[in-house]
Structures are given as structure tokens and as C-alpha cells.
Design a protein around this ligand. Structure first.
Ligand SMILES: NC(=O)c1ccc[n+]([C@@H]2O[C@H](COP(=O)([O-])OP(=O)(O)OC[C@H]3O[C@@H](n4cnc5c(N)ncnc54)[C@H](OP(=O)(O)O)[C@@H]3O)[C@@H](O)[C@H]2O)c1
Length: 342
């Protein structure tokens, strides 16, 4: 397909939608982040909007209701997600788009919510529908897509290691591998997630505070108790043999994630050692890894590794990832990689 000037223009306004959508980050879940840009029939931007908060107006409605003289008639509406066609907390956006007589709608991605069929309703009304930057739109709303299609929270595992992949010495000393800047960044990152998940072993080894509004501790035999700092603040959910099924003698991790989802947890930030990380990786439960690598080499094979999996004999059997961000953090580097497309 030839890359035309019109396609370049569509991508420019779709990127604008992405930037607007991100303004709703942290306030719209379980809804997706959505931004909208409206052009009049001459191609001039006449309105912009975004979904600000769960339960409030969708992006299209936010943008169109700002127009007093229907400057949108005959124009183009850009939105990063298919406009809704059903009654939810707000009326269908497609009805308003049809009523305002837009000539064209450019969409980032189709909605994965089976209740939504906005595209055919727009086309039936004679509105031309095009797509732009589909992959970018899906990446932006990857948490929503996983929540909707798998009924599971989106899982990001954070690890901080040496250049030889160690997270603690054989004696369990782990303070501190990474720089002050990286640790400060982790405190910020935690706020972007609904829950922090950790393990009995990590709580017992490090006695971390892990300040957060909701924390899940995997502790099959209830080895941790209120004397540990993590219990001093936030809501705590302890997954133990009392409330969670076992799988191969360990807590069934997918069952824990399902339970968290039922409790309204849409994203989980996992901070643990190699045993739990290895299990989660093997079971395909990690969507992304945030890996801090410090410019240090432990040079001790008995040091604790980021991932304690089983014997793997072929490099072809490595679990592959897709790095989407790489940056310096203090004296360390931070790699953000997606392990699977949801
Ligand atoms: N550098 C870092 O980023 C970082 C972060 C955190 C921790 N650490 C270090 O990691 C070390 C601890 O690592 P670790 O390997 O001993 O422990 P871990 O990986 O943190 O946790 C393992 C424990 O998780 C629980 N668990 C529950 N369900 C499980 C499942 N299905 N599969 C695997 N584990 C399950 C088990 O305890 P139960 O049987 O009690 O349920 C298991 O013993 C500490 O030294 C700590 O300093 C480093």
C-alpha cells in the first residue's frame, strides 16, 4: 500500500488522540484511555476531548459537546477506539456522531468489548470509516484489552539485578543493587498499578514497607504476620492455602490473579525473587518486565538469580520479549519489555 499524504495526516491526528487519551491514565479503569480530535470540513481542528474519569463522558462526547454551532458537520472525527454503540454509563457515542453529521471517522482500534458495534452503525449512516495506527492504539490500551479478553489483571514484573543477572548474594544480601534514582523511580511506578504482589520469602528476607493502597502477599502457609513492615499500611490480601487452590503443591498463581480481578484489580506490579518470578514466567503469567540493570557484577554462581526456572537446553527455547523502552536511570539502565501481545 502506498503511504499517502492523507495517511500521514491521519497518523498525526491519531497521535494527538493518544496524547489526549493518556491524560486519563489512572482514573478511567476499567474503561480504556480514549482521546478524540475533531476537524471541520476545511481540515481545521475545532475541538478536542478525552475520557477523564470512569463514569464520565467518553472522549467523542467530550469533544463534540464543546461545539456550539456544530462546526463538525461534514468534518472528520479522530478517536483511538471504536465509538460505542450501546448504553453503558453514558449514551452511545455513535448516535451523537451521526446526529452531528460528521463525514468521516478515523479509528485507532476496534473495541474488544463484544457489546460494541460502532463501525457498522456509522457506515450504515453513510459515514466513511478509516483506521490509523492500529498497533499503537492497541499498545496504549493493552491493560484494557487483557482485562476485557482474558478477565485477568495485566501483570508487570519488576526486577533489579547486577549485570550478571543477580538479585541478591547467596547470603540473601540485596541492599542495594541499584541507585537511589532507580529506587525512587520504582516508588513512582508502583502508583501506576492497582496492586503490588510479593511473596512470603521476599517479605521475610527484606522486610520491605512497599507502600501502596493494595498489596497481595503469596504466603501458602501463613509464614508472615503483622510484625512485618508491609502490614503497617494499605489493604492486604494474603493468598494462602486457606483461600487459594494449590497446583503442584504451590499456590495456583492464575487462581490468585483471577481472584484479584474479581476484587477490581486491573493491573499488578510484581516485586519478588527468582523463585516466584521463574514460576510466573514459566506459566505465561507475565505481560511485561521492567528490568533495572546496575553496572555491577557479583561474579558468584551461587548468588540469587532473577529467574529460577528449570533446565533449558536450547537457546531456541528462551522466552522472547519485545523491548519498547530503554533508558538510563541514575547509574543503571531500565529496560521495559513486553513478553506477549495480549
Ligand atoms: N532485586 C529485586 O528486584 C528483588 C525483589 C524482590 C526480592 N528480591 C530478593 O529475592 C530474594 C527472595 O527470592 P526467593 O526466590 O527466595 O523468593 P521469591 O521468589 O520472592 O518467593 C518465592 C516464594 O513465593 C511463594 N509462592 C507462592 N506461590 C508460588 C508459586 N506458584 N511458585 C513459586 N513461588 C510461589 C512461595 O512461598 P510460600 O510457599 O510461602 O507460598 C515461594 O517460596 C530475597 O533475597 C530478596 O532480597 C530481590
Amino acid at each position: 500500500m502506498r503511504y499517502t499524504k492523507a495517511m500521514k495526516q491521519d497518523e498525526k491526528y491519531m497521535r494527538m488522540c493518544f496524547a489526549l487519551a493518556k491524560k486519563g491514565k489512572g482514573r478511567v479503569a476499567p474503561n480504556p484511555m480514549v482521546g478524540c480530535v475533531v476537524l471541520d470540513k476545511y481540515g481545521k481542528v475545532v475541538s478536542k476531548g478525552y475520557h477523564k474519569k470512569y463514569g464520565e463522558n467518553h472522549a467523542e462526547r467530550d469533544a463534540l459537546l464543546k461545539l456550539k454551532n456544530n462546526e463538525a458537520e461534514g468534518g472528520t472525527l479522530y478517536v483511538n477506539l471504536e465509538p460505542c454503540s450501546h448504553y453503558g454509563k453514558t449514551p452511545p457515542c455513535v448516535d451523537l456522531i451521526i446526529e452531528r453529521k460528521l463525514a468521516r471517522v478515523v479509528i485507532g482500534m476496534k473495541d474488544v468489548n463484544p457489546l460494541v458495534d460502532g463501525i457498522s452503525k456509522l457506515e450504515k449512516a453513510g459515514i466513511k470509516v478509516d483506521f490509523a495506527l492500529k498497533e499503537g492504539a492497541e499498545f496504549l490500551n493493552r491493560v484494557f484489552i487483557k482485562n476485557m479478553t482474558r478477565k485477568l489483571p495485566y501483570v508487570v514484573l519488576k526486577t533489579a539485578c547486577t549485570m550478571d543477572g543477580k538479585i541478591a548474594t547467596s547470603a540473601g544480601d540485596s541492599k542495594w543493587i541499584t541507585s537511589d534514582e532507580s529506587r525512587a523511580l520504582v516508588y513512582k511506578m508502583r502508583k501506576e498499578f492497582d496492586c503490588i504482589m510479593t511473596s512470603s520469602n521476599t517479605v521475610i528476607a527484606d522486610n520491605p514497607s512497599m507502600k501502596h493502597r493494595f498489596k497481595c502477599i503469596l504466603d501458602k502457609d501463613s509464614r508472615t504476620d503483622k510484625s512485618f513492615k508491609i502490614y503497617q499500611q494499605g489493604e492486604i490480601y494474603i493468598a494462602s492455602r486457606e483461600n487459594t487452590p494449590l497446583k503442584d503443591g504451590r499456590l495456583d498463581l492464575e487462581a490468585v490473579l483471577k481472584e484479584l480481578f474479581k476484587r477490581g484489580i486491573y493491573s499488578v506490579f510484581v516485586e519478588c525473587g527468582g523463585t516466584l518470578a521463574g514460576s510466573m514466567l514459566k506459566e505465561g503469567l507475565i505481560d511485561e518486565i521492567y528490568q533495572f540493570i546496575a553496572p555491577k557484577i557479583l561474579n558468584d554462581n551461587s548468588g540469587k538469580s532473577c529467574f529460577n526456572g528449570d533446565n533449558v537446553y536450547k537457546i531456541a527455547d528462551c522466552i522472547g520479549g519485545d523491548i519498547y523502552e530503554l533508558k538510563k536511570s541514575g547509574t543503571d539502565i531500565l529496560i521495559k519489555a513486553r513478553l506477549q501481545k495480549v
